[in-house]
Design a protein around this ligand. Structure first.
Ligand code: MF3
Ligand code: CO
Length: 252
């Protein structure tokens, strides 16, 4: 069931989203080679704690951290670790949900550490463009959920990239994961609801350099890696459909 949000709720979600955007803007540039993924998580988590903001990922189905920090071939749900050190040429996606007054925001940025290879830089640039194409598709009058997938996968495929199928975007705002599911690939099997005023959505392309196939770590039960070991990028914004159309909430 898709829960439509009223103006007051959207105001609350917007406030949560603006804080998340501010945090990315402030902390993002501090991420550099030599830091561990635990250090990265700590920078963000401390920022949230100082402002008494909730970290809904922490403890979610037993997830042990406030953020997901996914390096290179890790697509999503990388668990921050003191033993995983960022090096020049790495990419690292930081996926964060933030809660303020009960309202939840969700956004992901993929950072390039030092100088990455041209092909990795291209993957990251294209993945971010996939996000904005998906958002643009969602903003068209009469658009449906699968229009997002068509836009995202259209660009990704043109570059020969794999579009992750096992994980999707989602409704968000009152809970971390709400309906509808927002896949990044098109399928006749998937529901295709119309996008309507009051919907708040996390749109989040996960794009792989090679195969779309991924695999979850059997030991920690979280870390999702590309099956072929090639790199993956992930970008995400929370958006709302209001009276005046689509608004990207997790930007300043
Ligand atoms: N932020 C993720 C999303 O985009 C969810 C993270 S799963 C968690 O849906 F376990 F880390 F919470
Ligand atoms: Co999300």
């Amino acid at each position: 069931m898709i829960v439509l949000k009223n103006e007051e709720q959207i105001d609350g979600i917007r406030t949560s989203c603006k804080l998340l955007a501010e945090m990315f803007e402030e902390i993002g540039p501090k991420i550099e080679a030599g830091m561990s993924t635990y250090d990265v998580d700590k920078l963000f988590h401390e920022w949230m704690k100082r402002r008494h903001l909730g970290a809904p990922c922490l403890g979610y189905m037993g997830y042990p951290a406030a953020t997901c920090v996914s390096v290179n071939n890790v697509v999503i749900h990388g668990i921050p670790s003191k033993h995983e050190i960022l090096r020049d040429g790495d990419i690292v996606s930081v996926d964060i949900c933030l809660e303020k007054d009960g309202y939840i925001s969700d956004s992901t940025h993929t950072y390039e550490i030092g100088k990455v290879s041209d092909e990795v830089h291209q993957l990251n640039t294209v993945t971010e463009r996939c996000l904005y194409l998906g958002i643009e598709a969602a903003s068209k009058p009469g658009a449906r959920i699968q229009d997002i997938a068509a836009a995202v996968s259209g660009l990704a495929r043109k570059h020969g990239y794999g579009v992750v199928r096992d994980y999707c975007g989602h409704g968000v705002g009152l809970e971390m994961h709400e309906d509808p599911e927002i896949p990044n690939y098109v399928s006749l099997m998937n529901p295709n609801p119309r996008i309507r005023k009051g919907m708040v959505m996390a749109i989040e392309p996960m794009i792989n350099m090679g195969t779309y196939k991924v695999d979850t770590d059997g030991k920690d039960g979280w870390t999702v890696r590309t099956l072929d070991g090639k790199p993956a990028c992930h970008w995400e914004h929370t958006v709302a459909i209001t009276d005046t159309g689509l608004e990207i909430l997790t930007t300043l």
